[in-house]
Design a protein around this ligand. Structure first.
Ligand code: HSE
Length: 340
């Protein structure tokens, strides 16, 4: 499988690392061999090679500074424009892992459209295009018999999307509800442990959970984007962020956290999607509620279904290898459907 990676930050590097470390295992267990033929970053270079780029050299170059440090070989091409690289590079799948823009979905949307137009499947960790434009992108993909997969956009490799769309396909899902933002859950947990808001946010950034601009996390917009993705993906309902009631955690003070603690309760930022709409709100939960015990950067989602009752997944919702794992799961899903 020939891959183009857009974005080579935490998530893109995580996927590259996994593909390198697990190459033997993936080949033996799944007959899966991946080759990275193009990588684009926002400010650190765009390179492609039809015979494949060496993952250790990519990781070395980026840790040194940028792709100018990638060793030259015959056939190596450097670009200024990611869309041009996507159009001119033969590949099976485009992996979109550039920073999310929840307002415009750009430039990821242009990358995805260029890839679909040139016959590439899409695997994305980028929430913007899925939250805003899933029906449109599905149409483009279906017209060319291509897949668009987005497991990494909600709860990293904890399989919320596959569960909601594929595994529970025979159930009617009445609500998907849970803790969908790791940064805010981490901050709330650390504040309960006595840390200041700022120190906890800085830790979440250092640990790689927070968005490039963490306002999206703390104001609830990241969780709201995930609600839009669940609405579109699981409930087939296209909505806009203005259709949701969204409140973040910036209004919650240390005193609020202390008061809740004294009363045997905890604040959690709860996201909800139903066939009728969605919301993101801080909620004070009693300790008898299982979601109150989901601490740190961990996420959780409960699917309330007709045939199965409630099904809850608890697991990582962010992180380098955790999100890389979701991208890999989607690549393997595409691989399983390819003719041998
Ligand atoms: N910033 C997000 C979080 C990353 O904290 O959950 C995963 O979407």
């Amino acid at each position: 499988m020939r891959l183009i990676l857009i974005g080579f930050g935490n998530v893109g590097q995580g996927l590259a690392q996994i593909l390198h470390d697990k190459a033997e295992d993936l080949k033996n267990r799944h007959g899966f061999e991946a080759q990275i033929v193009g990588v684009a970053t926002g400010s650190r270079g765009i390179i492609a090679h039809h015979a494949g780029l060496a993952i250790p050299d990519l990781l070395d170059a980026i840790s040194t500074d940028n792709f100018d440090h990638y060793p030259y070989s015959d056939g190596l091409r450097r670009y200024d424009d990611a869309v041009q690289m996507i159009r001119e590079t033969q590949a099976d799948v485009l992996v979109e892992a550039s920073p999310t823009n929840l307002n415009t979905a750009q430039p990821a949307l242009a990358h995805i459209e260029a890839a679909l137009a040139t016959g590439k499947h899409i695997v994305t960790a980028n929430k913007g295009p899925i939250a805003r434009d899933l029906p449109h992108l599905r149409q483009l993909a279906q017209a060319k018999q291509l897949q668009i997969r987005f497991e990494a956009t909600v709860m990293a490799g904890t399989p919320s999307i596959a569960t909601g769309i594929e595994l529970l396909a025979g159930c009617t899902i009445k609500e998907a509800r849970g803790i969908l933002n790791g940064t805010t859950n981490y901050i709330l947990t650390q504040m309960e442990n006595g840390l200041s808001y700022q120190a906890a946010l800085q830790q979440a950034q250092e640990l790689g959970y927070a968005e490039t601009d963490p306002t999206a996390d703390v104001e609830g917009w990241d969780a709201a984007a995930k609600v839009l993705i669940l609405l579109a993906g699981v409930f087939g309902k296209q909505a806009q962020v203005s259709d949701l009631a969204v409140t973040g955690i910036t209004g919650i003070t240390q005193a609020d956290i202390e008061n809740a603690k004294q009363a045997g309760e905890r604040y959690k930022l709860i996201a909800s999607a139903t066939p009728h709409g969605g919301s993101v709100q801080p909620v004070r939960l009693p300790l008898s509620n299982p979601l109150a015990h989901v601490g740190g950067a961990t996420n959780a989602i409960t699917f309330a279904t007709d045939l199965m009752g409630d099904i809850t997944l608890i697991g990582a919702g962010a992180g380098k290898l955790e999100t890389g794992s979701a991208l890999l799961a989607d690549l393997l899903a595409i691989h399983r459907l390819r003719p041998v």
